[in-house]
Design a binder for this molecule. Structure first.
Ligand code: SAH
Length: 221
């Protein structure tokens, strides 16, 4: 059975309910909601049927190597803050399960995604390939370094809590480009959006609190 054949009408029904819940929780971008409705989240959780139903609850979930797939609300919220236009180049830090990357791909973005854990990188590359997400390019590396080769990016999304703003990433944004990141500020993790206004001038907006695994330095082989 191919992976896609494991996406049944029952799963599609559960996704409709999840979308209704996200709408109730305040997600209002219809394109984001439509993308969430299309991506088979249960196939990103490690391929075990046990996870089928819980995949569509609004919860984070362990994906191995001490990491989690972000809560659907958080994925939707970060995606909404990105205000993506089709064909925009997006750099994602923390591929993890690949679910957020798939949602961005469904929104029409060209996604470059970096993961620092080799095992997750290998597994997720296979899943994204099998599901046919050709507009997601994956890289094994340290997100603090970014990905200079394909810079500049219209948008950057960090999906792990950063202890400080990674400086190299700021300079891989286009002028007018934006970065969304969970940032540690005074003991709490807050969602932050940074806009590159000029060569060396940035604007910062602070949004609500969020829970994330930490953004760590270096690679794990
Ligand atoms: N976007 C993911 C969320 C995974 S959790 C998803 O949709 O499932 C955050 C991920 O960030 C973890 O896989 C973790 O290994 C990775 N990570 C943490 N620090 C990193 C860094 N410096 N560079 C790249 N990835 C990092």
């Amino acid at each position: 059975m191919t992976l896609l054949e494991k996406d049944t009408y029952r799963h599609k029904g559960l996704r409709k309910e999840l979308v209704a819940l996200l709408r109730k929780k305040g997600i209002s971008d219809e394109k984001v909601l439509a993308a969430i409705e299309r991506v088979p989240r249960h196939l990103f959780l490690g391929l075990d049927n046990i996870f089928d139903v819980t995949a569509y609850e609004d919860k984070a979930f362990p994906i191995g190597e001490g990491q989690t797939i972000s809560q659907p609300y958080t994925v939707a919220y970060q995606s909404q803050l990105l205000e993506l236009l089709p064909q925009e180049k997006v750099l994602e830090i923390g591929t993890g399960s690949g679910y957020q990357a798939a949602v961005l791909a469904e929104l029409g973005a060209k996604v470059f995604s970096i993961e620092r854990q080799r095992k997750l990188y290998d597994r997720t590359r296979d899943v994204l390939n099998e599901l046919g997400y050709k507009s997601v390019k994956m890289f094994f590396g340290d997100g603090y370094e970014g990905l200079e080769t394909f810079a500049p990016y219209d948008k950057i999304i960090i999906t792990a809590a950063a202890p400080h703003i990674p400086e190299k990433l700021l300079y891989q944004l286009m002028l007018g480009g934006q970065m969304i990141l969970p940032l540690e500020i005074e003991g709490a993790t807050k969602m932050v959006r940074i806009t590159r206004l000029e060569e060396k001038e940035f604007d910062q907006e602070i949004f609500s609190e969020a829970a994330f695994v930490p953004m760590l330095k270096g690679k794990v082989f």
